[in-house]
Design a protein around this ligand. Structure first.
Ligand SMILES: *[C@@H]1O[C@H](CO)[C@@H](O)[C@H](O)[C@H]1NC(C)=O
Ligand SMILES: *[C@@H]1O[C@H](CO)[C@@H](O)[C@H](O)[C@H]1NC(C)=O
Ligand SMILES: *[C@@H]1O[C@H](CO)[C@@H](O)[C@H](O)[C@H]1NC(C)=O
Ligand SMILES: *[C@@H]1O[C@H](CO)[C@@H](O)[C@H](O)[C@H]1NC(C)=O
Ligand SMILES: *[C@@H]1O[C@H](CO)[C@@H](O)[C@H](O)[C@H]1NC(C)=O
Ligand SMILES: *[C@@H]1O[C@H](CO)[C@@H](O)[C@H](O)[C@H]1NC(C)=O
Ligand SMILES: *[C@@H]1O[C@H](CO)[C@@H](O)[C@H](O)[C@H]1NC(C)=O
Length: 295
């Protein structure tokens, strides 16, 4: 059963190849997968978290420069006291929807990875991207499901450090990255302070002049490589399938040749034959048994 074996081996190779490909694409290469990666990392790195204690989440070496911290709060504590941490000021009277007993808040400073994950068309980011993300929290999962903040008092304030000198010469705008991939703009309320009404990711931008937008081409390039990888994979699988079909054809022809030789040795030439290269193929004769018309 040579052909059978062959098919099995090829199938295994194809499976291994495509699963490693899927593995390769299942990384934190885009915003959403970064979000779920950070959530998973927080859950894995922090054992037995205490409520009200802020923890730094350690990140893999290729995310050096990004800073992520997480805290679990009782909803009532957030509602009554709010929470100040680093560049973020969460005032009192913030609730969650759906309503939760305890909330996990992830503070993210994307640092020099800001332009890797985020870009604002026709604008230049002059500050890092900051994220303040809300999750439910339980005993089984420290950082559980994404939830929404609802704000009944003052808005959340984010203080931005300038990362780009150009932000000093122009008045930057607050930019909010929405869930559907769009960007919304708002004026700052104080120098380099943005007031926001939701959890999410924010930064400061200035309109970019005719300068080529390098951030844009960067993400474009990454999209292009993804397409290249996909195209290559599909091409590869197609080639393997083609190879299998060819192999099956060759086997079939060989089988027929053997049958033919057996018949030949038995002295019964039933079909005419013709040759392709070294392969002898049977050719059904058009005048094998003439039907006899009866009157
Ligand atoms: C970091 O490395 C992991 C594999 O260890 C990879 O999946 C991920 O895409 C890399 N991230 C960046 C930003 O290079
Ligand atoms: C967390 O990281 C920040 C910045 O790297 C550092 O200032 C702070 O001391 C760290 N906090 C803890 C609890 O390790
Ligand atoms: C960010 O900076 C760190 C060092 O501070 C470096 O190791 C890392 O490669 C940088 N990442 C990017 C995307 O530039
Ligand atoms: C947070 O900071 C604001 C002013 O920056 C202050 O009024 C408020 O009391 C602080 N809240 C907490 C919980 O520390
Ligand atoms: C960016 O600017 C170009 C030319 O000024 C314009 O055609 C394009 O629509 C703009 N893009 C966005 C997303 O506003
Ligand atoms: C949070 O709000 C957004 C938009 O307002 C909505 O699409 C989403 O379903 C909400 N999420 C939860 C968990 O309620
Ligand atoms: C910001 O404020 C200026 C006036 O100071 C106004 O013209 C502009 O429309 C505002 N921009 C946004 C995005 O609210």
């Amino acid at each position: 059963m040579g052909l059978h074996r062959w098919c099995q081996v090829t199938l295994v190779i194809v499976c291994l190849f495509s699963s490693s490909l899927v593995e390769g694409l299942k990384t934190y290469s885009d915003r959403n997968s970064l979000d779920s990666f950070l959530r998973m990392q927080a859950n894995e790195e922090i054992k037995n978290p205490k409520t009200g204690v802020l923890y730094n989440v350690s990140l893999p070496s290729n995310l050096t420069g990004m800073e992520v911290s997480v805290v679990r709060l009782r909803s009532f504590s957030l509602w009554s006291r709010g929470m100040n941490y680093s560049f973020f000021n969460l005032p009192p009277r913030i609730m969650s929807r759906p309503s939760q007993k305890r909330i996990a808040i992830l503070y993210e400073n994307l640092g020099n990875f800001s332009s890797y994950y985020y870009n604002v068309p026709n604008h230049t980011m002059v500050a890092p991207v900051f994220g303040v993300m809300a999750y439910s929290s339980s005993d089984s999962a420290f950082v559980d499901e994404k939830i929404n903040f609802t704000i009944h008092g003052d808005p959340i304030k984010i203080w931005f450090p300038l990362a780009d000198e150009r932000g000093r010469n122009h008045t930057p705008l607050c930019a909010k990255f929405t869930d559907n991939g769009l960007v919304k703009f708002k004026n700052m309320t104080k120098p380099y302070v943005c007031e926001v009404h939701r959890q999410g990711h924010y930064t400061l931008v200035i309109p970019s002049s005719p300068f080529p937008d390098e951030l844009h081409t960067h993400s474009h390039g990454r999209r292009l490589t993804t397409w290249w990888v996909l195209g290559f994979a599909i091409g590869f699988i197609g080639l393997v399938v083609l190879g299998l079909i060819l192999l099956a054809l060759v086997m079939e022809v060989k089988k027929r040749k053997i049958r033919q030789m057996e018949k030949n040795s038995a002295g019964e030439e039933l079909f005419d034959t013709f040759w392709i290269g070294e392969t002898k193929l049977p050719l059904a004769s058009s005048i094998r048994t003439q039907p006899i018309l009866e009157n």
